[in-house]
Design a protein around this ligand. Sequence first.
Ligand SMILES: Cc1cc2nc3c(=O)[nH]c(=O)nc-3n(C[C@H](O)[C@H](O)[C@H](O)COP(=O)(O)OP(=O)(O)OC[C@H]3O[C@@H](n4cnc5c(N)ncnc54)[C@H](O)[C@@H]3O)c2cc1C
Length: 379
Amino acid sequence: MGQEFKSVGIVGGGAAGCLCAYFLVKSGISVTIFDHNPLLITLLPTGGGRCNLAHAEFDFKELAKNYPRGEKFLYSVFSKFSTCDTLSLFKDFGVDTYPQDDGKIFPVSNSAKEVRNAVLSHIKNANFIKETVVEINKIDSGFKLKTGCSDYFFTDIVLAHGGNKRTRLIKGINHNVIPQMPSLVGLNSHIKELSGIVLKSVYSRDCKIEDDLLFTHYGISGPLAYKISSIKAFDKYPYTLTFDLYKEGFNLQDILNSNSHKKFKNILSEFLPHRFCDYILGENKDIKACNVNGKLRDEILNKIHNFQLTILGTNAGEETVSAGGYDLDEINPKNMESKKYPHLFFAGECLNIDGFCGGFNLQNAWSTAFVASQGIINY
Ligand SMILES: Cc1cc2nc3c(=O)[nH]c(=O)nc-3n(C[C@H](O)[C@H](O)[C@H](O)COP(=O)(O)OP(=O)(O)OC[C@H]3O[C@@H](n4cnc5c(N)ncnc54)[C@H](O)[C@@H]3O)c2cc1C
């Protein structure tokens, strides 16, 4: 068909769908966004209501390292639209940003609502139909898009319907989907009695990463648990994790010798929280340093440097993103177009791309949305 006239149907009005709509309407292309939810409602809870919209990593290959799935695919995407582009786009929208010490970038207002309103005010020329898309079929003149209420026709389609939690099944498109698994989520473990304890700079021997670990009533959470849930999103449960709780190490025998009159737990609690020391010492918690024999010393050191947790599953409902989604092998990273259906494009979390905590998932949404929009504009 001739491409003088383009009409684009976007499935999903989240970060990816709305940003894609912005670039398209700016080029004078007719755009209709479909979503059963209000536009960009998914942005409101991000970053705890503050919207961590990007990460202060300006080298696109380094940026791509933060995606357990999608790293290589994102090289091309990020070479076209990366952190700098995100920040200058939001500046153009009137949203000033700042980086935290940990690299997370937030709006100066610390308000996801402000970010949402800024994007919405720039896509007023897009049509919005508050319906669920149930089926999409390729026809000679483009695509027939079916909702529960009506049929619509478009020359081009962008699939931007998000991850597992929010996607409503769409029939008709024969694309391989990697089954979606929860990621960036707390992990259920066999130990519940440590709830409330936070251990700083814990090293995961399995994933070779270090961060803070929080024990909860169901298992573990916090930055380290989230990263592990991401790296091991497709592992089968149960599995066992081994942690080094005090990687820099200490000479316990020397410390015991020079504090022989002290209780063992008081010595250990200089390195680890009191309640945690009680837990690993068990019935030996009141023993004096002078009575600690070599066997007990080594047992405790082993518990500290090779602390084991059995992981039973993810904490249902807590996931932030989905690992899995549309198979990247069937999508061209240069324009986000399907290799099977010309004029069908993809953006955001519905792809088999997911990043760690820190603004990486929104960056994926913004970047893939930009590249998909350019793919349509330049067709
Ligand atoms: C609590 C929470 C906090 C987060 N915080 C951050 C953060 O601070 N920084 C960060 O980078 N990432 C964060 N994320 C992840 C980030 O929000 C997502 O990766 C991002 O929103 C994905 O954008 P998207 O447009 O691809 O999908 P979504 O934002 O999920 O939008 C998809 C839209 O498609 C609609 N939809 C689904 N199926 C259909 C259908 N069949 N027909 C019509 N519409 C449909 C849905 O209703 C939804 O509105 C957070 C996620 C959560 C849950």
